[in-house]
Design a protein around this ligand. Structure first.
Ligand code: ZN
Length: 111
């Protein structure tokens, strides 16, 4: 595995930087904001949000990966792989919905 970080352009100061760390800040309703900061101008960028359901599903995916690694037969591996794929689709949908609802709240001046 390569250890290269993702490089992005800052919209604020126009400088490139590597995303070396994702920070987490707890918001209302047990929502966690996962974000990173431009090292040049300190602008914050939202990476993604999680809530209780999403964090539960993330743990589920992690345990599926552990089971995948320990699987003895190819058949079992394939079954677990299907579950991982389904779980990731579910996660992506949940995260998109959460982000949209938070963005809507922000636009409507709630908070
Ligand atoms: Zn910047």
């Amino acid at each position: 595995m390569s250890s290269e970080y993702q490089v992005v352009d800052c919209n604020e100061c126009k400088q490139k930087f590597e995303i070396k760390a994702i920070k987490v800040r707890r918001l209302e309703n047990a929502v966690d904001l996962n974000y990173f900061v431009c090292p040049h101008c300190k602008r914050e960028y939202t990476s993604f949000y999680t809530n209780t359901d999403i964090r539960f599903e993330q743990k589920n995916v992690q345990s599926l990966y552990a089971r995948f690694r320990n699987a003895k037969t190819q058949t079992t591996r394939l079954k677990i792989d299907e579950k991982i794929k389904a779980s990731k689709v579910k996660l992506r949908t949940m995260m998109t919905e959460l982000r949209q609802s938070i963005d809507n709240d922000l636009q409507n001046g709630v908070n």
